[in-house]
Design a binder for this molecule. Sequence first.
Ligand SMILES: [Zn+2]
Length: 313
Amino acid sequence: MKRYAFGIDIGGTTVKIGLFETAGKLLDTWEIPTRTENDGQYILGDIAEAVEIKRKEKEISLLDVEGIGLGVPGPVSQGTVLKCVNLGWDVFNVERRLSALAGGLKVKAGNDANVAALGEMWQGGGRGYRDIVMVTLGTGVGGGVIVNSHILPGANGAAGEIGHLPVKDDETERCGCGKCGCLEQYASANGVVRITKKYLAENPEEQTVLGRMETITAKEIFDAAKDGDAVGLKMVNEAGRLLGKGLASIACVVNPEIFVIGGGMSRAGKILIDSIRKHYRKYAFHASRETEFRLAKLGNNAGMYGGVRMVIE
Ligand SMILES: [Zn+2]
């Protein structure tokens, strides 16, 4: 194993880059802008250049670099990006193209949520485990399934799309994906706000601190629940119920050792985990009922860690 590797997380506005020791230590991290103009054709060249500049600045020989691992905000199957709307990318082999731009370095790529799950398994909340399911609760709901220390990408790179598990039949509003009744319509930060506003509109007589707010955030809903507000508790319970149900379905298929919960909404902490676990146990098959829940630890760095883990395996 060579001593160094680069872990990269491509977002819609910035690219996060980390220089790591392959033993697992993050040495340096920085960002460059994501240039999405002209179908995102400059992005990989910008990354190769940024890596090269840092390598020279740190006086690291190319021979001491194991490779570059990349998280991409779209489906990836065996190194090929299958369209990436945020970046303007169509279908092409991103591993081969970046390798050619980066002096022939080994390049591994995966979907960003899947790669983040791998990072949490390696150095974060899932450390010490080989079979984990990670759920990221942010503005949407993302996820990643790690089986025997490897990302499960699926045939179309669409495995781990936990946010689009169908959980309700009577929904009339559409999810961002075009379907109705997806998990992220209820259990993401935006989803919790959406169901709370809907509930308050239908139940104007409810006595709740949330009813007096002009705009409501997910944090305010969780804070209200922590203070014992009945509507806050009801909404947290509903998000936890649907997450618990969704994860119980996933456990029937992949039976992970643990679930790792991350993303901005996971900062709500114990009240959220307790709610998910309570409902999970109710819905789970008996043999997987005791599966543990952990909070993610790496935050926005998880993707960079996962990139490096892909390169060294
Ligand atoms: Zn959806």
